[in-house]
Write a protein that binds this ligand. Structure first.
Ligand SMILES: [Zn+2]
Length: 136
């Protein structure tokens, strides 16, 4: 029983310390999200690879219409894979920035990126103003 109370106190202390040292941004929180997202993308990619392989097999023993469907499906699978690769690169960059201490700051203007924006997209590397400026 005394062990329980000590555990509780320990976790409270470490939480408080954590919020003090990371008063602006909880990098570890975003790092965990980035890692989870990376894992999910890798899984999706693996599944898509299997699907693309299945499409090729079907193609040889079905009619022209199905063949077109198959090709379309394959093109879509390739496009999805391309996007997944792009996203994986963004995540890798964001993780590197976690390590270098640049995470959470806009790569263009150096201003902090709004936490709400990082919450929606942990791999975001531009503040909302610079992101909008690039779109226009
Ligand atoms: Zn900016």
């Amino acid at each position: 029983m005394p062990d329980w109370s000590r555990d509780d106190r320990d976790s409270t202390v470490s939480t408080r310390l954590g919020s003090e040292t990371m008063s602006e941004l909880d990098i570890e929180h975003y790092r965990r999200r980035l890692l989870a997202e990376r894992e999910q993308l890798s899984e999706t990619k693996a599944t898509q690879h299997e699907e693309a392989a299945t499409v090729e097999l079907d193609q040889s023993r079905t009619g022209r219409l199905s063949r077109m469907d198959a090709l379309l499906g394959q093109a879509m699978a390739q496009e999805q894979e391309r996007r997944a690769d792009q996203e994986l690169r963004r995540i890798a960059t964001a993780l590197a920035r976690c390590d270098s201490g640049d995470y959470g700051f806009c790569v263009d203007c150096g201003e902090p990126i709004a936490p709400a924006r990082l919450e929606a997209d942990p791999a975001a590397e531009l503040c909302i103003r610079c992101a909008e400026a690039r779109e226009h």
